[in-house]
Design a protein around this ligand. Structure first.
Ligand SMILES: Cc1ncc(COP(=O)(O)O)c(C=O)c1O
Length: 471
């Protein structure tokens, strides 16, 4: 064998060829209903132009979220059959506990029905008026759960993280100087925890480096503060560290995840993302006293601490999912297939957040629709057009989601994006090729698109239920 042939023989299967192949084959199929533009226009009217209000079977390609929408594996469905529904001490809980602690060896692991339940419990325990929670960027539910206690949620992502077109390998990094200044200004006694979201969902699915996490840890140590991870996409973040951070390429993914965990004192988690499950989450920590307070709150609303709002079968599916999500073939496919969509749109001149994130491609609606001011919701206009033209459901992440403040005022969000989130192991490359075609077509219609006004909105988390009217 020549040296080149030996080198090629040692490459992982997907690095040798240009074509991205899904590292699985399809075992059971779900039909997609092919709708017409006219049908979709009627559906939009009925939903008040809010894509959360659509019937999902009126959607062709559903890129609303990657949360709980992925396909489970044969082995996860098999694990479900092992689900033990004992109220207390189910063996399924112990399998779940072992799988979580193999990656995140925190002393206390408290299952919850999803990520926001973990957030609600934790912030009820540590939040409250006068308190401040720093984060690289709070996700919407995280921010809402902090604010619901009267505490303030402050984002401290690096400046590059707020400019869609800026290239940076770890655009989700915390701005360490801003974090330190915030803690000094508010007083460490008023900061019950520092959070880091991996990857940074609201900022484009961008990763955080190990070096940055070590920097946050050092600041927390200096002020005696606990560091918590919002770890929804920890495996995707670990893959970016493996690919982009010096000295990490040869490390197995579980080792990188364990180092991330070793830098923190606890975590909140939605297992609907990198748990590869349709439902579930957990709250974990080392602090015994805090864990006791959280378990007491858990029993009030979620259930007994060995099931916490989940069925035993869900705990089994998560345990199996955690083994599968750190597989390198899976992660290579996952990140490359998201990049495939993003790179095709970038090459076509559609403005996207760069570099392409882990779980989603974020279209820069403010750049594509400069004639629509932020308070006329360019992200909403673009998301509606993608659905009307091609039946693609994305999610506005911009002024609709973040523009209304607790004091009732409204201001433009930092960015107006439309997120095309890719459910895990669900769509094939031809579905993605179709999405590329639709987005490119909608970009040609950009000058004709009009903004929206909100007709009706709730007091918080308005993006889920607000009704819109075209301007
Ligand atoms: C970064 C981040 N944190 C928290 C959550 C909340 O998780 P869940 O939807 O399971 O409540 C999400 C969900 O999308 C998320 O992306």
């Amino acid at each position: 064998m020549t040296t080149r042939a030996v080198a090629e023989a040692m490459l992982p299967a997907m690095d040798r060829w240009h074509t991205i192949i899904e590292p699985f084959r399809i075992h059971s199929v779900e039909p997609i209903r092919l709708t017409t533009v006219e049908e979709r226009e009627r559906a939009l009217e009925a939903a008040g132009f809010n894509l959360f209000g659509l019937h999902a079977d009126d959607v062709l390609i559903d890129l609303l979220t990657d949360s709980g929408t992925g396909a489970m594996s044969r082995d996860q469905w098999a694990a479900i059959q092992h689900g033990d529904e004992s109220y207390a001490g189910s063996p399924s809980f112990y399998r779940f506990l072992e799988a979580v602690q193999a990656l995140f060896p925190f002393r206390h692991v408290i299952p919850t029905h999803q990520g926001r339940a973990a957030e609600k419990i934790l912030f009820s325990a540590i939040g409250g008026p006068g308190r401040t929670i720093p984060n690289n960027t709070h996700f919407d539910t995280t921010r809402a759960n902090v604010e619901a206690t009267g505490a303030e949620a402050v984002d401290c992502v690096i400046p590059e993280g707020l400019v869609p077109s800026t290239l940076h390998p770890f655009k989700g990094n915390m701005d360490l100087a801003a974090l330190e200044a915030l803690i000094r200004e508010r007083g460490a006694e008023n900061v019950p925890a520092v959070f880091v979201t991996i990857t940074n969902n609201s900022g484009g699915g961008q990763p955080v480096s190990l070096a940055n996490l070590r920097g946050v840890r050092a600041i927390c140590d200096r002020f005696g503060l606990p560091l918590f991870l919002d770890a929804c996409r920890f495996a995707e973040n670990a893959w970016f560290i493996h690919e982009r951070e010096d000295g990490q390429a040869a490390r197995p993914i579980p080792d990188i995840v364990r180092e991330i965990a070793s830098l923190a004192d606890g975590m909140t988690m939605s297992a609907k993302k990198d748990g590869l499950a349709n439902i579930g989450g957990w709250l974990a920590m080392d602090d015994d006293g805090l864990a006791e307070r959280c378990r007491t709150l858990l029993i009030l609303t979620e259930g007994f601490p060995t099931y916490g709002g989940l069925a035993g079968r869900d705990l089994e599916a998560i345990a199996q999912g955690l083994e599968e999500v750190v597989d390198e073939d899976y992660l290579r496919y996952r990140i490359r297939s998201t990049a495939y969509l993003g790179e095709a749109l970038d090459e076509a001149g559609v403005p996207v957040v760069l570099p392409i994130g882990g779980h989603a491609v974020y279209l820069d609606a403010r750049a594509l629709l400069p004639h629509i001011p932020p308070l006329a919701y360019p992200g909403q206009a673009l998301a509606v057009a993608l659905y009307r033209e091609g039946g693609i459901r994305g999610c506005e992440i911009g002024t609709v989601m973040f523009g209304r403040h607790p004091d009732g005022t409204e201001a433009p969000a930092a960015m107006d994006l439309v997120r095309l989130a890719i459910p895990r192991r669900t769509y094939t490359q031809s579905h993605i090729d179709y999405a590329i075609e639709v987005v490119r077509h909608v970009a040609t219609l950009a000058p004709e698109l009009r903004g929206f006004r909100i007709e009706d909105e709730p007091a918080a988390l308005r993006h889920f239920t607000a009704r819109f009217a075209p301007l």
